[in-house]
Write a protein that binds this ligand. Sequence first.
Ligand code: GDP
Length: 198
Amino acid sequence: MTLDFSKAEFIRSAGRAEDFLRDGLPQFVFAGRSNVGKSSVINRLVNRKNLAYVGASPGKTTQVNYFLIDRRAYLVDLPGYGYAKVSQAERDRWAKLMETYFQQEAGRITAGVLIVDIRHKPTANDLTMHGWFRQTGCPEIVVANKLDKLKKSQIEPAFQLIRETLELAEADILIPFSAEKGTGREDLIRALLSHCGA
Ligand code: GDP
């Protein structure tokens, strides 16, 4: 079985636990700090220009967005974090929603996808999100986005820094990715499918 990621449709934005989807389909959960390119990675994955912005209209920034993939799995887009201009109230809302999400949905996460910027050491917020994924016990895939912004000679040291900071083991998956160029798309799809029996 495979999944056609280009068959994707927006299902709903959930701002409270009652709206989380619990129908038993596999769920691939995407997280990353604001501006890391999470929307771009998702759009690249589904081969669409702006699917991941559907749920991100004003006032809906602190929502969990669900996209149905090929009618057989969900891509779950967690709200981005670490954006400097966000108010304390919005930050608190984010923290509360994430706490609820990870408390209640942990068992439903088929695989977590943590998107980091390949040019930078993962931030404290990245480490927090990484810790939450680890706590759930779900498989985690780390995507190092914006690969196209590095020179060849910079790639290996960048990888090392990410691996060290996130304390990744040899077997943990770290995928170099460029949402801009499309690099890594097939690797990410393969990694996702390997975790859902699809
Ligand atoms: P989000 O806030 O994490 O959803 O980030 P966006 O997807 O909105 O991307 C933030 C900015 O980074 C935009 O200007 C994108 O065009 C840019 N961007 C995203 N991915 C890449 C990439 O792989 N390479 C480059 N060069 N730019 C990227």
